[in-house]
Write a protein that binds this ligand. Sequence first.
Ligand code: SME
Length: 153
Amino acid sequence: MSSPKLNPESILKTLRAAFCHDATRGDLLQLTATKLHAVGEPYTGIYVYMVDGDSLVLEAFAGRPTEHTRIPIGQGLCGRAVAERSDIYAADVTSEAGYLACSAETRSEFIALIRQGDSILGQIDIDSDQLDGLDAAERIAVQQVAEGLAALL
Ligand code: SME
């Protein structure tokens, strides 16, 4: 497997330092989005959705804004990931039934759930303008960020 462009440890270091300096939950979510976006392509848009009852609420993002600020669980790829309790990778979003478009430029999307034990707190949603933008190594790196973030929430 090739090495990922994303270095999860470097982002987690920043998050842990912020946590030690009394960063709020909102600060940590925003820092996660900002740092992932700063990696550059294929990380075009980063959206952090958190579970609120039977919906996902957009609590932080970096990149293009989205009109999807609240997504019912079960709808779109984001809502489906929570309903199925599984990360989702759409290498080509145009072939996904139920996909909710944030931008016409988006070609692929990866959703990594943020879990604490059995409970799902939310998700990191990566939109890429590249078709099949995140290979297996990148996806594992994003999952590591989601896991490390969960430990701070
Ligand atoms: N594409 C997502 C919606 C979120 S926006 O892309 C940021 C979906 O299908 O659920």
